[in-house]
Design a protein around this ligand. Structure first.
Ligand code: GUN
Length: 291
């Protein structure tokens, strides 16, 4: 069994980006600048955005965090987005999800200039992705592809089962794994809350990518020997013995499933750090495209 070490690989990627930023600086070029907009006070979202900003500092990017209150109206957010769209200093920006209920997420994502949409959530970029055109690939799926690539995990002809059809992970992942190319060329099954007898499907999978958000959902009895496991779950589970009062728990019963797996991502330290590294990569790409 091989651990797919997202922490290590993401650090390698950050080192590579740091080198590229140094070269940009040496040539007197502007360094990439990422802005992250967060609406409200959700603890997990604040933690993720803080990590994204810290990662920018680590690689030498500029960063701006825009914090808006929980009562921000849709118009106010759309105004802020327009400001970022026309600000020449900002190369890319993200709107951290989820948004409070008074705001229409689709409307917001469509307001982002596609050339600055480093999350790859705008329909133009999502459509390009589905059509194999060069674009920003959403950071979590992009991170999973990169992890599979760097460990040389074969995906061609394999049966990949994706659990969860969110716009951020499951849906794009199902498209990317079925694309021509590497990683890709998988036969993909996309499962969701209406899927019947999921164990029958997961037990036939060569690769399982779980983005469900239900702690320890995937048990050893649900998978076959030598399965490849990508665990995208990051649920905070209350735990009095931990200093933070919670522990981050994946969708996969790691101890039992890892005994059957050929490759598996840990939680934490698997997909999570890769998401941030690939957001940086998209931001670098955005800067390069603006030159
Ligand atoms: N919420 C959970 N994952 C993500 C992500 O990748 N990008 C944004 N903007 N919000 C998220």
């Amino acid at each position: 069994m091989t651990i797919l070490d997202g922490k290590k690989v993401s650090n390698d990627i950050k080192d590579e980006i740091t080198e590229q930023v140094k070269k940009m600086k040496a040539k007197g070029e502007k360094v990439p600048h990422l802005a992250a907009v967060i609406v409200g006070n959700d603890g997990a979202s604040l933690t993720y955005v803080a990590s994204k900003v810290r990662a920018c500092e680590r690689v030498g990017f500029e960063s701006t965090m825009v914090r808006l209150s929980n009562t921000t109206s849709e118009i106010e957010l759309l105004d802020k987005i327009e400001e970022l769209n026309v600000d020449d200093n900002i190369d890319g920006f993200i709107i951290q999800l989820p948004l409070p209920p008074q705001i229409n997420t689709q409307k917001v994502l469509m307001a982002v200039d596609p050339s600055k949409d480093v999350d790859g959530f705008h329909p133009e970029n999502f459509g390009k992705m589905a059509l194999d055109m060069s674009t920003f690939i959403p950071a979590t799926p992009f991170g999973i592809l990169e992890l599979l690539d760097r460990y040389g995990v074969e995906t061609k002809g394999k049966h990949t089962v994706v659990i969860g059809r969110s716009h951020i992970v499951g849906r794009p992942m199902s498209i990317l794994m079925g694309r021509k190319g590497f990683p890709g060329n998988s036969t993909v099954t996309l499962t969701h809350s209406h899927t019947k007898n999921i164990t029958q499907i997961t037990s036939q999978a060569d690769i399982i990518i779980s983005a469900l958000g239900v702690p320890n959902f995937l048990k050893a009895e649900m998978v076959k020997d030598d399965v490849i496991i990508i665990d995208v779950g990051i649920t905070r589970v209350p735990d009095e013995t931990s200093p933070k009062g919670y522990i981050i728990t994946g969708d996969v019963d790691f101890d039992a499933v890892s005994k059957k797996a050929s490759y598996i991502t840990p939680v934490p330290g698997g997909v999570g750090p890769m998401t941030i590294a690939m957001l940086l990569k998209n931001t670098l790409l955005a800067r390069e495209q603006r030159m």
